[in-house]
Design a protein around this ligand. Sequence first.
Ligand code: C5P
Length: 201
Amino acid sequence: MQFTVAIDGPAAAGKGTISRALAAHFGFAHLDTGLLYRAVGRRTLDGVPAVIAASTLRISDLSRTDLRTQEVAQAASEVAANPQVRAALVAFQKDFARREGGAVLDGRDIGTVICPEAEAKLFVTASAEIRAHRRWLELTQAGHDADEAQVLADVKARDARDAGRADAPMKQAPDAILLDTSDMSIDAALETALAHVRDRK
Ligand code: C5P
């Protein structure tokens, strides 16, 4: 059985939580595609050219523990604007999406570029202020020193770069349902997402 759930949207909108919950509920595999770009961005900070980092990426690079910082997020969004970097990562994502047993992929271009034929598509968003606040809470609770105004500026810079790039910009696919989590509890957002996927099965 092949069944792909494509989840796109900006940073800290709730994509990760929703994707993991859907994958667990339906027994599907999950790929956080942001990790691919973060792993490439991380290596560029170590001095490796972006296209080389993308074409030599290994699965073990995705489990590096230092991929969640704001610095790596910005580096990821810079390398993600490079069409050669994106091209080097396409095949892995497409294969993952069509694996037997079902898959959930979350990112920016899953429903539009990686998997336009996905059986279920969601575009998960929330206001920049709410997303920055959530990200700031996550960072401080994890023991990082974070300034909320700086996190908001970073979120806005990343949104602008991700939505404004020429190749595979972040956008809602025409057949994706929009889930704005600004004023929603996580349980309500999950229930809506589950109902959508159930309808498509
Ligand atoms: O989702 P996450 O914040 O981990 O993504 C990091 C960066 O990777 C994003 O800001 C975006 O530039 C890039 N990205 C992308 N396409 C994807 C997933 C992530 O361009 N499918």
